[in-house]
Every structure is written in C-alpha cells, then in structure tokens.
Design a binder for this molecule. Structure first.
Ligand code: SF4
Length: 80
C-alpha cells in the first residue's frame, strides 16, 4: 500500500512496518514537515526535506499523516 497526500488515516502495514519517503523531484524545501515533526523530518544543506527515521514507529503515524497533509508539494509518501 502506498499513500501520498491522502485524507485517509494512515494505518500500520500488515507486516508492522511503515516506510516514509520524500520525493526529491517534488520537494521544494518549504520545511513544513520538519516544523510539524522535527523528530521525523529535517532539511538538508540545500534546504530539501529529508526523512530522519525509517521505518517509523506506529506511535509516529499521526505525525507522519500531519506532515503529509501539510506538505504543499505532495512530496511525502508512506508504503508498507
Ligand atoms: S514540507 Fe514537503 S516540500 Fe516542504 S520540505 Fe517537507 S517534503 Fe519538502
């Protein structure tokens, strides 16, 4: 299962592992992900978003979902 900027709530994958990615072609470096969840996202030296924790813990899925919904470029995705 792969979700992008979807209003559907994130669910932990069947295997219990959820991976988070940032599409570097879409990311424009707004940094909103790092503001929303600084324990999960940061920006690199060029200002683009990076994932700090992968896979993410089930307790962090709500923060990942908020970052996905806040990213104006639809650059953040999750997959099992
Ligand atoms: S909010 Fe989206 S566009 Fe902005 S840095 Fe994060 S991933 Fe990139």
């Amino acid at each position: 299962m792969t979700l992008g900027n979807s209003p559907a709530p994130l669910m932990e994958g069947d295997c219990g592992v959820t991976h988070v990615t940032i599409n570097g072609d879409r990311c424009q470096g707004h940094g909103r992900c790092a503001l929303i969840a600084p324990h999960l996202f940061d920006v690199d030296d060029s200002g683009l978003g990076v994932v700090l924790v992968d896979p993410v813990a089930s307790t962090d899925l709500a923060d990942v979902e908020e970052a996905i919904l806040t990213c104006p470029e639809n650059a953040i995705a999750v997959a099992d």
